[in-house]
Design a protein around this ligand. Structure first.
Ligand code: BGC
Length: 355
């Protein structure tokens, strides 16, 4: 199925200069200066399209991809070139980037969709060129994954992250109910900061975090919910409004990701600490781990960006070498690689700080 490998040059590797790793950047520049370097049949070229480089979790995945590429080169002795494109939250921009990756002969594509409904178009483009395609983080519907046997999805089960987040709150309720149930009415009053509408992680984390609490026998009352689009500043603004509206009535702030949990913390900066609600996030980003250490964030759920990057690079190498992908990664249903989530609290924080 693999087509002839052409040279791949992507002058617009769009990571902001400060975020680019020197080797990836230098390599891209060298290829550009040498007119894309001609055919390099012994080198694997991977095109990675990000929905936006400005997302904290996604930029962590991108950094890990660069790291894993260097590791893979050391392990295999093969040349691997990674081209990263920033979609800047525009599906049209991302389509152009995918077209350019394909036109310039990338061997494998890794795509973090801007809009999950665009998966079919990208899948058909990749299939037409015979280039294996790995979607990550933004999960296409099953029908789109099934369009071709060389389409994969690398991610984590959104439902699991919601359940683990809900169980953090349930444990806090069980172990320290008096502190949590400030109103003393036996009901847990909460607000929900939601991620981008339509994203599987927003929908399922919102649903399953609360389900875990109610399945544990705790009655809940939703005071408010709103999207803050995964964004810290938007979450700070929403939380500030809610604090005005509900004040100490808010017992828990659920945030679909850590950036939004940190936004909630920003909004609470002027509130005395003993009046803060319990706050939980998802991702275990570096600043969120610091907030756990400082006692500001009660807990989070580790989203394994490093594992996802590693799975993509392993999969890409196997596909390029014509090996069975299931030898390289744990493949489910022929198309899916799932990385587990893990709870993080002050108790096990050290493990994550070391990673
Ligand atoms: C992460 C968010 C991130 C989003 C981007 C989610 O899995 O938890 O932090 O903003 O993916 O698609």
């Amino acid at each position: 199925m693999r087509r002839k490998i052409k040279s791949c040059c992507f002058p617009s590797c769009r990571l902001p200069a400060g975020k680019r790793s020197a080797p990836a950047f230098l390599l891209a520049a060298l290829l550009f200066l040498s007119g894309c370097g001609g055919s390099q049949d012994d080198s694997l070229r991977i095109g990675a399209a990000l929905y936006t480089q400005d997302d904290t979790f996604i930029s962590t995945v991108a950094q890990n991809l660069e790291w894993m590429v260097r590791e893979a080169e050391k392990e295999t002795g093969k040349k691997v070139t990674l081209f990263i494109a920033d979609g800047r939250s525009s599906q049209n921009t991302q389509m152009d980037q995918v077209d350019r990756f394909l036109a310039r002969g990338c061997d494998v594509l890794c795509v973090n969709l801007v809009d999950r409904t665009a998966a079919a178009v990208i899948a058909d483009k990749a299939e037409a060129e015979g280039v294996p395609l790995i979607f990550f983080n933004r999960q296409p519907v099953e029908e789109d994954i099934q369009r071709w046997d060389q389409i994969y999805y690398v991610g984590a089960d959104a439902r699991e992250s919601g359940e683990l987040q809900g169980r953090l709150v349930l444990d806090a309720w069980r172990t320290n109910r008096e502190a949590l149930d400030r109103s003393g009415d036996g009901i847990l009053q909460y607000v929900m900061l939601e991620g981008e509408p339509g994203h599987q992680d927003s929908l399922l984390r919102t649903e399953y975090s609360i389900k875990a609490v109610t399945d544990g026998g705790v009655e809940v009352e939703k005071l408010a919910n709103e999207t803050a689009n995964w964004n810290r500043a938007q979450a700070a603004a929403r939380t500030a409004q809610w604090l005005e509206e509900f004040g100490e009535g808010i017992e828990v702030i659920f945030a679909n990701n850590d950036d939004m949990a940190l936004g909630a913390i920003d909004a609470l900066a002027d509130t005395p600490r003993d009046l803060w609600p319990l706050i939980v996030g998802v991702d275990a980003t570096a600043p969120a781990l610091e907030a756990v250490a400082a006692g500001q964030l009660y807990g989070t759920v580790h989203n394994d960006g490093r594992g996802q990057a590693q799975a993509m690079i392993r999969l890409a190498l196997a596909l390029w070498n014509g090996e069975s992908p299931s030898q390289a990664v744990k493949l489910e249903d022929g198309h899916y690689v799932w990385l587990p989530y893990r709870q993080v609290t002050l108790e096990n924080l050290e493990e994550f700080l070391e990673e």
